[in-house]
Every structure is written in C-alpha cells, then in structure tokens.
Design a protein. Structure first.
Ligand code: GRF
Length: 367
C-alpha cells in the first residue's frame, strides 16, 4: 500500500515563486475547500491558471473546513483533497493551511495574482486578506462561478435522491420585524396542514420579534448583520446569508417581511425557489408602504400577493393572491392588519401546494 499523498510545503511554493519571478513569469494563487471536486471547480481552476504561468492552491485543512462548513464536512480528508487537486493539469502545487483565512499563506508566498470565485467581490474579500494582498503587490482577479455546479448542490441531490427519508419541505424564513407570517407558517407546520420543516429563521434585526418567535418555537434562529444601510445588504452579508442557506440544505426561501434587498449569490443560487409575501395586489403598489399607497389611490379593494423573487423588486411571477376590502375609515395600520390576516392563510397554503405538486424543489441547479 502506498502512503498518503503529501501536499507541498510553504518552502516548496516559495522556491517555485522565486524561480518564476526570476524568469519574469507569474504565479497564480487561489484557495478553498475543494471537498468534492466537480466540473465547476475544474473549469474555474483552468481559467485561473491561464492568467499566469503556474498555479498554487491553498487548501483549507480539515479543521478549518469544519469551522467554515459545519461538522459534517469535509467529506474527504485534506491529503485526499490535495492529491485529487494536484493531479489536475492546471495545478502545480497544493499547500494546506490551518487558519480559516489564507492571510499568512498570502504573506508567505507573495503570489503575483490572487484569484477568487464570483461569489466574492473585491469588497467582500476578508479585510486582512486584502491588506496582505496589497502589501505583497498581488493583483486580484474575480472569476465568474460556473452556474449549476456546486459541492453543496451535489450533496443535496444525493441526500434528496437516496438518503433523505423525509418528504418535508425544508424552509428558510427571512424576516426583519413582527414575524406574524413566520408565526402563521409555524402554526401550519404544527397543526399538520403544512408538511414542512423550518430549518432556518434568519433576520437582519438582532432584537426582532421575528427571531423571538423562531427561538420560542425551537427553530434554528440566526442573526446576520446586514451592514449600515437599512434597505441594502452589504456584500459580506449577502454571502453570509447564502452560506447559511446552503448549510441548512434549504428547499424554499420565504421572505416574510425581510426589509433588505437580496442580490447575488442568493438570488441566482435559489432562483425559482424564493417567495415573498407583499401587502398589495401586485403589480399594483410595489415597494414599501403598499397599504398607504392603496388608500392614497382610493382603491376599494386591496390584498396580498405571494410571488417568486427575482432581481426586480416585487416583480417575479405571481403564485397566488387574496383580496380584502378597503373599509371606510381605514388607516394604513387597520388595512395592513386586515391584509396580514389574509397573508397568514395564503402563504402556508402556497407553500403546501408547492410541496404537494412536487415541484423540483430539491436538487435544483445552483451555482
Ligand atoms: C407583511 O405585511 C408582508 O406582506 C410584508 O411585510 C409584512 C411582514 O409582517 N412584506 P410580519 O413581520 O410577518 O408580521
């Protein structure tokens, strides 16, 4: 039997860098977990390698993968992952690092080019890593992700198809406020009218009633700091939310009063699997303050809409609507309360229909 593969050492890589530098050539560096290699990785690595003359991969150690991805990962040990990567034509050396960040490796190697996948932007790179790259005079290059390929989607397909013994819809609910729609979903699950499991309740408001409701009901509750702008999510928060969804193996994401705008990687990664509930009969009265807009417009009828979420605000395909009357003497608050009562019926109903109609909610392609 042959012994385990031995990855390169920092000294090996430093020698490679020095010899390339002498010849006026460029060393490319990228890092990641590369737990279950797929065509998306291979294409990404080929593109990265083509930017220079040799490429080194910083591979997260088993311990750091556990911290980043959860206790069930990695599937393959660091030596095995290094051996598979090193066999690729695009890869010249693989070096394992222990920290969650590649900062010390970047400082040690001083690569000419640093390449990352498109779920990052230059801004969302870790600040320490960015400082180390600037110090080493390293050029940063972000490559687009290959759509439809990811380790997590591969694992989810395997679980959905073979191991998973539950036909429950795995829901994530995102909310910022009162949480009455979350309460309605929890009630529907507990009464058995919705065959689902809330695997994640995530909020950008640490003291929200939404999170209290989730915790009281025993749902996994998660606060994510969205950044300083109350309507926008920082790039780092967009990425963090995506990672929480991936880790929780979510089928459908429900926006239940989530007040910030989701962008990539969530919108693309969960395309066709994110629903929002909006307090108007869309396409009428998009955006904030919809009940007030209905009153201002003199509408005699209002209601709520459950729709798919796309990059266009309140613009995705409408799945269902329910009407409520506007009554004389209504204020925005009284009308909104009546609309919410309708939402509490409609949203769990749509989710249950989704599950029963057997839409391809598991194993849908993700980047
Ligand atoms: C609901 O009216 C929903 O339509 C809108 O935000 C409100 C959330 O209410 N998007 P709650 O937090 O579920 O009580």
């Amino acid at each position: 039997m042959s012994a385990d593969y031995q990855p390169a050492t920092l000294a090996d890589v430093q020698r490679l860098r020095a010899s390339l530098h002498e010849q006026g050539k460029k060393l490319v560096f990228t890092n990641g977990c590369f737990d279950l290699l797929h065509a998306g990785h291979v294409r990404y690595l080929q593109q990265a390698r083509a930017l220079g003359d040799a490429m080194v991969i910083g591979l997260n150690s088993d311990q750091s993968v556990r911290v980043l991805k959860g206790p069930e990962r990695p599937l393959n040990s660091e030596n095995d992952r290094a051996e598979v990567l090193a066999a690729l034509r695009a890869v010249d050396a693989v070096v394992v690092f222990e920290d969650q960040r590649a900062t010390s490796l970047i400082q040690g190697i001083r690569p000419h080019l640093y390449v990352k996948g498109g779920d990052y932007t230059v801004d969302s790179l870790n600040a320490e890593e960015r400082a180390a790259l600037a110090d080493a005079g390293t050029e940063i290059c972000i490559l687009p992700l290959v759509p439809g390929k990811s380790t997590t989607s591969t694992i989810n397909k395997m679980l959905g198809g073979a191991v998973c013994d539950s036909d429950k819809l795995r829901l994530a609910a995102l909310g910022s406020g009162e949480g009455s729609n979350l309460r309605a979903i929890i009630d529907a699950v507990q009464s058995g009218s919705l065959n689902a499991e809330i695997v994640l309740a995530l909020s950008d408001q640490s003291a929200s009633n939404f999170l209290n409701i989730a915790r009281t009901a025993g749902c996994p509750a998660q606060f994510v700091d969205g950044g300083p702008n109350p309507r926008k999510l920082s790039d780092a928060a967009q990425k963090e939310i995506f990672e929480h969804l991936e880790r929780a193996r979510v089928d459908v994401v429900v926006l239940a009063g989530f007040m910030r705008i989701l962008k990539e990687p969530v919108i693309g990664g969960y395309s066709g699997r994110i629903v929002n509930v909006h307090p108007s009969l869309l396409p009428k009265h998009k955006g904030a303050n919809a009940p007030q807009l209905a009153l201002d417009a003199g509408d005699s009828e209002s209601g709520c809409t459950v729709h798919l979420v796309t990059a266009e605000i309140d613009g995705g395909r409408i799945l269902a609507q329910a009407q409520v009357p506007v009554e004389s003497g209504d204020t925005a608050a009284t009308l909104h309360a009546r609309i919410k009562t309708a939402e509490h019926q409609l949203l769990p109903q749509v989710l249950n229909e989704w599950r029963e109609r057997g839409l391809p909610v598991r194993g849908v392609t993700q980047p």
